[in-house]
Design a binder for this molecule. Structure first.
Ligand code: ADP
Ligand code: MG
Length: 349
């Protein structure tokens, strides 16, 4: 599906490691006063402040976490940054710096790595993040990319997974399930393409789904929206593995149970129609799909009026006592254990 639109192929060995790093990073500028020294010395230097420091890292491996036959490298670079920023935002923090480490085989020309870094730069510019370092090495096969994000938050602002209390409301930003369905559409088109490379797919009906898969946005805005509403979440997590698995983390760490309402789970119309087409249950997709990078959090029930009706948020349930377990109230008003819906049911691994 992805054609080689850039016929130019410059071998990485022509530049050498130092030349490559310089070439890739020279257009990045520094946006944050906490960055004293970025790329170019033995270590980056950050200013110490009176805030707490947040650090998170993710490792992405070709063939395991991404497939370059439908993931353009620019999108991969962007997404690799997003998944890390999302973790900083899930602590109710502000992301400020990233490091990027890559291992690449000689099958990639310079132009491919430039695309990867174009995506990383777009993410840095959009989210006001400084690229402050990394490492570059060769791999015998495939590509590996690891991003570390560094952020900060005032001690009293940091939100952990552990603070959910009985009667708290369970809230989610945005909508769920689209990224998983985007992947299903791309996988299907890949199969079609392998059979008939001249087939030009019409993907108009799936634009939102594909965008959510290939170009996710981390919810940087949620912290500010909650501040404006004067709401401090009691617990928070980002949705990388699906609603079920994330609410399970909050409940097990907070030692509480939960009740989710199927009819409250926010779904985009494209999710609903694609689920009909693929003949899968939309609730299952929202519960187990993953890669939505929305934020899931709990707030005191007293904040109901502040959250209710806010277009950014959906109240999808509430926290219960631990011995009540984790339950989903279906549209037919049946209560079933969330586990029975099968988290990871969609995952092949
Ligand atoms: P060293 O050998 O001391 O580890 P390197 O030559 O690997 O130094 O790196 C030189 C500088 O370039 C350092 O600031 C390092 O953080 C940065 N750097 C190396 N690889 C990357 C990369 N892939 N992306 C961004 N910065 C990088
Ligand atoms: Mg190094």
């Amino acid at each position: 599906m992805i054609e080689d639109k850039n016929p130019q192929r410059t071998s990485l060995s022509e530049l050498g490691e130092f030349g490559l790093i310089n070439h890739l990073t020279k257009h990045f500028s520094l946006n944050n006063s906490s960055t004293i020294k970025g790329v170019g010395d033995d270590a980056a230097v950050l200013a110490a402040t009176d805030k707490q420091t947040l650090v998170t890292t993710d490792l992405l491996i070709e063939g395991v976490h991404f497939d370059l036959s439908y993931m353009p490298l620019k999108h991969l670079g962007y997404k690799a940054v997003m998944v890390n920023l999302s973790d900083v935002y899930a602590m109710n923090g502000t992301a400020e710096q990233i490091t990027v480490s890559i291992a690449i085989s000689n099958r990639f020309p310079l132009e491919a790595i430039e695309e990867l870094y174009a995506g990383i730069k777009l993410a840095c510019d959009t989210y006001k993040i400084d690229l402050i370092g990394g490492d570059t090495t060769s791999s015998t096969k495939g590509m590996l990319i690891s991003v570390t994000a560094i952020g900060s938050a005032k001690e009293e602002d940091v939100v952990y997974r552990i603070g959910a209390q009985e009667t708290d409301l369970i809230v989610v930003s945005g909508d769920l399930g689209a990224a998983y369905l985007g992947l299903q559409v791309l996988e299907r088109e890949k199969q079609v393409f392998q059979v008939d490379p001249n087939n030009q797919p019409d993907l108009d009906a799936y634009t939102y789904l594909i965008e959510r898969q290939l170009k996710p946005e981390a919810r940087k805005d949620v912290k500010g929206i909650l501040e404006e509403l004067e709401v401090q979440p009691t617990s928070m997590i980002d949705i990388s593995d699906g609603l079920s698995s994330e609410i399970m983390h909050i409940c097990s760490q907070s030692k509480v149970g939960c009740k989710l309402y199927e009819d409250k789970i926010p779904l985009d119309p494209q999710v609903i129609s694609a689920c009909e087409e693929f003949n899968i249950d939309s609730t299952m997709v929202a519960l187990s799909g993953g890669e939505d990078y929305e934020l899931l959090f709990t707030v005191p029930i007293a904040d109901f009026d502040k959250i209710k009706g806010n277009p950014n948020f959906s109240i999808i349930g509430h926290i219960t006592a631990e011995d009540q377990g984790l339950n989903l109230v279906t549209r037919a008003n049946q209560e079933i254990a969330l586990k029975a819906q099968g988290w990871n049911a969609l995952k092949q691994e």
